[in-house]
Design a protein around this ligand. Sequence first.
Ligand code: PMP
Length: 370
Amino acid sequence: MPHPWLADRTRLFDASGIRKVFDLGAKLADPINLSIGQPDFDVPAEVRQAAIDAIQSRKNGYALTQGMPVLREKLQAAVQREFGHADRELFITSGTSGGLMLALLVLLNPGDEVLVFDPYFVMYEALVKVVGGTVVLVDTYPDFQIDLDRTADAITPRTKLILFNSPANPTGAVAGEATVRGLAELAEKRNVALLSDEIYRAFCYDGEFVSPAKFNRQTLVIDGFSKSHGMPGWRLGFAHGPAAIVREMIKLQQYSFVCAPHPFQWAGAAALDVDVSPQIEAYRRKRDLLVAGLADDYELVVPRGAFYAFPKAPWGTGTEFVQKAIEEHQLLIIPGNVFSRRDTHFRISYAAPDGMIERGIEAFKKLARR
Ligand code: PMP
């Protein structure tokens, strides 16, 4: 029985399936943990030092709601250089998640439909429901590429927003320029808002990252430092888009998150001067290691970005396969149905030390041949 005081809102979705595997993993002595959605590299030393310096120099009070100029102006200038849109404004959020929550709150009325590409990042479905929106899934199996005709067909008079994420969690799929342009133009033509979650943009292994904001000036972008600089616990993100939308998000931030963590904004400014290409290169090698290790036994679309692979379960459902992986090999992975209406695949995170990935590959081989 739910507690009688609880509102209906949180009954609309379940606790994160990722969290369940996480809790299970905490009980195992020496798990092969390929479940975690955060980099295994630490925050670069000079960035950690900048955070310490900020705390020591008493930058511990509230920050400006829109973010401290030291970081905001630097990011705004970079975005201006990239897109050159006169109307594009930027502010600092409490993680990419904070930006996503604010975006949905300012864009959606109850009953509005949101197109989400399946498989999708878990948070999308829960947050759309929390604000009273309706999730309309657009299937991307088997190659996890967006089909523009199918997307166009899913648009109805109630469609308010398209949620786009490339490189993608959980598939590692990266949308090519033609698709990104097509999607951007479709949204513009049909007068639907487009939100681009670019948190993995630094993690593109086989080509350049392309943002739909390049082709559609109204695109709202959310991004953050959690993945690119290994600082998910510092809760630092940013959002940019049409000034009229961004200003409403800032207004709401004032009455909710208040501000992003103040000392870490100074650290974020330092982070922008750090070259993270060695970390990205290391992740490309991890991707290659995993893809080669699974090649003989698994049906896998080669992931071109982020740090996930999303193979098909060689037998059973995704859930059955993951249960056996955990029981027999202490191998922690996430069943596909956490991210999808289908329960046919599973997610591997290769944001792990090479030794852990190698142990994982051995276990995957045994599981497939079982
Ligand atoms: N978007 C995607 C696609 C993600 O995978 C994540 C983290 N798992 C987030 C947003 C949220 O990141 P954060 O709030 O830590 O910036």
